[in-house]
Design a protein around this ligand. Structure first.
Ligand code: PEP
Ligand code: MG
Length: 577
């Protein structure tokens, strides 16, 4: 940790929102015990390997205890992080690399550490956030094994309710802390999609991340006010600031409760326009959470979770089970299931795909599926069979041309015949739509609208492709903002084309749950907003406070701005004015 620094009264530290909520309490610096690698050679390789194997077994026992702890606390979805840890620590490729390394005569601690770091660095270099999380997981589990090998157990221990400060936190650290003592997390590093943020959201603990090294210089015990939504921290607040903060905290708690209480009712604007508010999910557990938060359906089921982290492709039956479970949970509500959006950065080892220089511009999503038609049809058959008796909507990702769309629809036609030939039934109703996330498709939306039942705008990708800014690069965050007028223009073109052709359109990128963007999307005539389940209650309450004529005035102003930042300013003035 860096040395301590004196902070002035009411000193503001700005980071990025990791998880919403307000908290107040003394700073606690989360210290890792130093790990020193032995600088001598190892015993013979068999003995060193046996030590490693024993340490891995101990690590598995510890990880399973953490998994159980989360499950017992009712966080079964988050507990899956530790299932992944068990798999990672047993990875044959990793252990084989260590075995090879041991032939050099080096001690197992050093070989293990170097191998894990090299493997994690490879994962981290991939642009997809899922792999970055895997890299963090691997380092976490690697450190656990190393501690066991070195017999270093000590970590910080919380003794009173505190604001936990750290460089970054691993899932193991986050979960092993005594929750009753954690008021908030503040990290120097990490981002809104890092593990700290994901777990903090699930545990409903406010978090501010990416604050910078300055936060590590806060002396232990310093009083801090943490605003998880604004991503800010006030150090050494005076009495007045504290009182104002406590009043906000009280109001915010009761607002959250009120919003949840009305989340199950449909949201109408003040002038009676209704918008469907639905959820983004990765499986049945998320779908259940979505229902608890008032979701009226699923607007995006990311099916890649069914395909990743496996040695062989899921069978049609395995896929059927996964899709069917989500559809069953949602009963008759609409469920948009996106076909596989993998490839390039989200590598599927069993498809033997060559590495690509620009994975985000590579052979991915629908491009990959069309180049493997038999593999793709397996997914389509599983979807069709699972959709019987439900409101299934199949959605193709990354459509860039109508040729792709037609080829994908042709494969649905073939899959239908195959399902019928096998004696199974087809869904009574089925919609087929596309994600609009590539600028070419937004520009030609009027042509696409004649051939699909709906559009769902993937603003995460649409923004990165429109502004040529890698969505995973934190340095480009100022460009990667869907409120940029250029993105708003493309959404407007898409919206007009959809309604002219009589089809519905929605948004399933992060923009759909963004409080600044909601008035703009409403003014553009959005029919469906699909977001992370936890955001639904607040989004519905925002919609209820808006009127369309006012929102249209703001949109007009927004479209004249020159940056996303000034668009956000315009919306905020309107919301608070
Ligand atoms: C998007 O691009 O906006 C989207 C929802 O898809 P993903 O984030 O899975 O690429
Ligand atoms: Mg996308």
């Amino acid at each position: 940790m860096s040395s301590e620094k004196t902070f002035s009264k009411n000193q503001l530290l700005q980071g990025v929102s990791g998880a919403p909520g307000l908290a107040c309490g003394p700073a606690f610096l989360w210290q890792k015990a130093e790990l020193h690698l032995p600088d001598c050679g190892g015993q013979n390789p068999e003995v060193e390997l046996a030590r490693l194997e024993a340490a891995i077994q101990t690590a598995i026992v510890q990880i399973k205890q953490l998994n159980e702890k989360l499950n017992n606390e009712g966080h079964s979805e988050e507990a899956k992080v530790f299932d992944a840890h068990v798999q990672l620590v047993q990875d044959k490729g990793l252990v084989n690399r260590v075995k090879k390394g041991l032939t050099s005569g080096m001690n197992v601690e050093t070989v293990w550490n170097t191998t894990v770091e090299a493997y994690a660095a490879q994962l981290e270099a991939m642009p997809d956030p899922l792999f970055r999380l895997r890299a963090a997981d691997l380092r976490d589990v690697g450190e656990r094994v190393l501690r066991i090998l070195l017999k270093v157990e000590t970590r910080s221990e919380l003794h009173e309710p505190s604001v936990v400060i750290a460089r970054d936190l691993t899932p193991s650290e986050t979960v092993s802390m005594k929750k009753e003592y954690v008021l908030a997390f503040c990290t120097a590093e990490g981002g809104p999609t890092s593990h700290t943020s994901i777990l903090a959201k699930a545990l409903r603990i406010p978090a501010v991340v990416s604050i910078g090294q300055e936060i590590l210089q806060v002396p232990g015990g310093t009083q801090l006010l943490v605003d998880g939504s604004a991503g800010s921290i006030t150090a050494r607040p005076d009495k007045q600031t504290c009182e104002a903060f406590f009043a906000r905290q009280q109001a915010s708690n009761s607002t959250a409760q009120e919003e949840l209480a009305t989340a199950h009712q449909r949201a109408y604007t003040l002038d009676g326009k209704s918008v469907e508010v639905v959820a983004n999910v990765g499986g049945a557990e998320d779908a259940r959470t979505a229902l608890e938060h008032g979701a009226e359906g699923i607007g995006l089921f990311r099916t890649e979770f069914v395909f990743l982290q496996r040695q062989s492709p899921p069978t049609e039956e395995e896929q059927y089970a996964a899709y069917h479970e989500v559809l069953q949970v949602m009963e008759q509500r609409p469920v948009v299931i996106r076909t596989l959006d993998a490839g390039g950065d989200k590598e599927l080892t069993y498809l033997h795909m060559p590495a690509e220089a620009n994975p985000f511009l590579g052979n991915r999503a629908i491009r990959l599926c069309l180049s493997e038609p038999e593999f793709f049809k397996q997914q389509l058959r599983a979807l069709l069979r699972a959709g019987v008796g439900h409101d299934l909507r199949i959605m193709f990702p990354m459509i860039a041309s109508r040729t792709e769309l037609r080829a994908a629809k042709q494969l649905i036609a073939e899959a239908k015949e195959e399902v019928l030939a096998s004696g199974s039934a087809l869904p009574e109703k089925l919609q087929v739509g596309i994600m609009v996330e590539i600028p070419s498709t937004a520009v030609l939306a009027a042509q696409f609208a004649k051939e699909v039942d709906f559009f769902s705008i993937g603003t995460n990708d649409l923004t990165q492709y429109t502004l040529a800014a890698d969505r995973t690069n934190p340095k480009l965050a100022y460009l990667n903002d869907p409120c940029h007028p250029a993105v708003l223009n493309l959404i407007q073109q898409t919206a007009e084309a959809a309604h002219k052709a009589g089809i519905w359109w929605g948004v399933c990128g992060e923009m759909a749950g963004d409080a600044d963007a909601i008035p703009l999307l409403l003014a553009l005539g959005v029919d469906e907003l699909s977001m992370s389940p936890g955001l639904i209650p607040h989004a519905k309450s925002l919609i209820r406070k808006l009127s369309l004529p006012q929102a249209k005035e703001v949109l007009e102003l927004a479209l004249e701005q020159d940056s996303a930042a000034s668009v956000r300013k315009v919306v905020k003035n309107f919301s608070h004015g």
